[in-house]
Design a protein around this ligand. Sequence first.
Ligand SMILES: [Zn+2]
Length: 572
Amino acid sequence: MRALPILPDSPAAWAAADWPTIQGPYAQLAVATLDESTADAWLASWSRLEELLTEAASLAMIAYTTDTRDPGREATHLRFSADIMPKATEASVGLARRLLDSGIARPGLETVLKRFHASADIFRAENVAHQSALEGVAADYQRITGRMTASWEGEELPLPRLQPFLKSADRAVRERAFRAMAAPYVAERVPLAALFDQVLLHCRAIAENSGFPTYLEYIFPAKYRFDYTPDDCRRLHDAIEQHAVPAVDRAMQARAARLDVERLRPWDVQVDPWKPGDGRSFADGDELATRAGRAFEAVDPAFGDYFGVMQREALLDLDSRAGKAPGGYCDTLHHRGRPFIFMNSAGVREDVTTLLHEAGHAFHAFESHQQPLIWQRHPTSEAAELASMSMELLAAPYLTSPAGFYDEATARSAELEHLEDILLGLVHIASVDAFQAWLHTADAARDAGERDRTWLALRERFEPAVDWSGLTGERVSRWYRQLHIFLYPFYYIEYAIAQLGALQVWRNARRDRASAVRAYREALALGATRPLPDLYRAAGARLTFDTRGVGELVALVEERMEDLRAGLVAAG
Ligand SMILES: [Zn+2]
């Protein structure tokens, strides 16, 4: 009998560790006895190793993204992300191969074994260096964008802090804020384009090494997209073009009429045309968390409890500050079984939506932590984003009471704005996914100018309702601002798939709230133990790529928007 490794009690033991230290337990698992009688203990030991390591890496990443100016934090984050983790992935693939070769199977492990198969099939040792290099590019991107600021009334502000001014009733203020926020991306276009050259180079090498003609074909098994194809994605783009684009057009016409402007400009899209104010919905991150917590409690007391744990254990970093990385995320600390939420709130309604979204991910982490092995917990992004996007809609009815974010009339316009954002989101996602498909398959994508021209053409196809004349540089800069394209190539269509699922959960909740929430929770608790279509079915939804399915859901959204507008008109 060859024994299992002795592991540390907490990830803190590995905070300063290098690969040779962490390699030890992997090497022991590679030779430890593995047969029917030892398989459960062997799997539990390996799972625990992954919990400890991923939590140590997550803590380093969290420390870095909360202050990208600290070179010590950057070095630690890079040690994990660019050195240790790619090597650990290689060691994990070795253990997965060993398990697959043993023929050992367990109930509840079918989807896990299928993923192990896919990872083992495409893994090539020579790709480890390319994955490390991509991590370096990602850190560069975060450093460049994290230090971006705009001068605003004599102050240098981080870009998210300008969000409230995009909602100003004063059109000139909105225009000034829009231009100030786009300017740093326009100014950094050349270094960002050079970074993207690197992304393309490494992605192409990875695909080639693994025997795929393009990175598009590689990414489907790599991201465990077992239940849909690149053709389905193209079908979805077309369905969105057919139904969501005209719906956005109608929404933009209503908006232009209400704002009393002839041509809608990009700085007219975020202001609330019904309740224009100073754009602020709460004072700071503490108030945001307190109010949102009441809404979660109203959706389901269990969610209120989970969120309370996060507040007490300081697992929220919500306010925008100088030096924070852009965007928002929810990461899971697998050893302690807790999620962490990061975002850059500045007081606007979109921040409320972002927190509801990230909290959906967090509740998913709490619910699925009951699964014994780490690989059984996190499903693929299509299911993860179903959890988060459904929570945006499930919590929305409680933002007035008991959360206290809005009065009744404001709640109506906030819901209208949210639904409008969902339609805008679908067309944005379709353009980003179509763009990424082109970037990773076309030879012309090696040319930076060609990339910008292709982006502009796609935006014309999917976003024809807004007048961008005289703003070509700003319109181009939008894709440089889409961090997924740089950090997580091809991660994006999942948002459209999940949004269409979330709209079905919302439809169900409007008929029978209690049973819709129950199904939602049950789906979250399944973690990754079922195939994607089953997870959607458990939540009361189906995977949707077809014109009819998209058409029905868009019609439902438009119908609700009509009701809300009528209510706002009646309320004066
Ligand atoms: Zn998300």
